[in-house]
Write a protein that binds this ligand. Structure first.
Ligand SMILES: Cc1cc2nc3c(=O)[nH]c(=O)nc-3n(C[C@H](O)[C@H](O)[C@H](O)COP(=O)(O)OP(=O)(O)OC[C@H]3O[C@@H](n4cnc5c(N)ncnc54)[C@H](O)[C@@H]3O)c2cc1C
Length: 263
């Protein structure tokens, strides 16, 4: 799995006095499930208390592994962190979308309850944002691809930042908008946050500005409106690739386009 390969490449961060500072690789640990919240018919928030938490940066992910009948070893999958790393990082929140026929996500999204224990390892990943990177930001997501962006938005709010963020969020319909109520409230509260919804299977709904899949025209319009200097894209690989190409075609520097593919 691609995740494993990426994990192998970590273990070194930052520079000190010309030498790279080594950090021990994350190890598997057993976390307690302290909250289970149904967000949409297919997506569930799991809040886990991590016994030996490591600092993380918004946009990173953990691996979660579970035993699966008929498999000799536990099966692991990557899940982005939805919670803010500030002020506390010992309780970590995930947003898990049930993928029909999948080995891991149906168990996590539909078969997990408060008091359960889950094996986790992390954090991992370079798909990160902090205020040092600046903005304005265009955040483009489909489905559970919104999860790392919730961490970025919650972090910016917790730190009282005011870097403009424009979130384009594609969902099947109003019923399937993950974090719907919280996003509405945040958008009313924070003048630096704009949320644009597109619904692919519910025509003419007032909450959505667009009613189709994310496409070139949409990206061009929102890039112009947001005056974004940085773009983050997260979700299914085809959507991510389309947006990457379009943003660069529209003049964004490739090094300012960050992407995470949920394949
Ligand atoms: C960095 C990263 C972060 C991620 N973050 C999140 C997140 O925050 N939230 C989230 O929900 N997901 C996230 N994902 C996706 C997640 O890791 C899993 O890929 C996803 O949950 C599906 O796992 P699964 O075990 O349920 O499905 P799998 O068992 O991997 O199956 C995936 C799909 O393929 C189909 N399939 C399996 N085998 C076959 C076959 N032989 N023939 C045909 N079809 C088949 C299944 O029916 C299913 O629909 C992330 C992925 C990455 C890489």
């Amino acid at each position: 799995m691609e995740t494993e390969a990426r994990n192998q490449s970590r273990g070194v961060v930052g520079e000190s006095e010309g030498s790279l500072r080594k950090v021990p690789p994350p190890k598997w640990q057993v976390a307690d499930v302290i909250d289970v919240i149904s967000e949409t018919p297919e997506t569930t928030t799991l809040r886990l208390a991590i016994p030996e938490p490591s600092e993380f940066t918004s946009g990173q992910y953990y691996n979660i592994r579970i035993p699966v009948d008929g498999r000799p070893r536990p099966i692991q999958r990557a899940y982005s962190i939805a919670s803010s790393p500030f002020p506390k990082f010992d309780v970590v929140e995930f947003g898990i979308k049930e993928m029909e026929g999948g080995l891991v996500s149906p168990v996590l999204a539909k078969g997990t309850k408060v008091g359960d224990k889950l094996e986790v390892r992390g954090p991992y990943g370079a798909f990160t944002w902090t205020e040092e990177k600046g903005g304005p930001l265009l955040l483009i997501s489909a489905g559970s691809g919104v999860v790392p962006f919730m961490s970025m938005i919650r972090y910016a709010r917790a730190k009282n930042l005011s870097v403009p963020m424009h979130l384009l969020f594609s969902s099947k319909s109003s019923e399937y908008v993950i974090y719907s109520k919280e996003l509405d409230e945040l958008q009313s509260e924070l003048e630096w946050l704009t949320v644009t919804h597109t619904f692919t299977r519910e025509p003419d709904h007032a909450a959505a500005r667009y009613h189709r899949r994310i496409d070139r025209e949409m990206v061009a319009e929102l890039l112009k409106e947001s005056s974004a200097e940085l773009a983050y894209i997260c979700g299914p690989p085809e959507m991510v690739e389309l947006c990457e190409v379009e943003l660069v075609n529209l003049g964004m520097k490739p090094e300012n386009v960050y992407s995470e593919k949920y394949d």
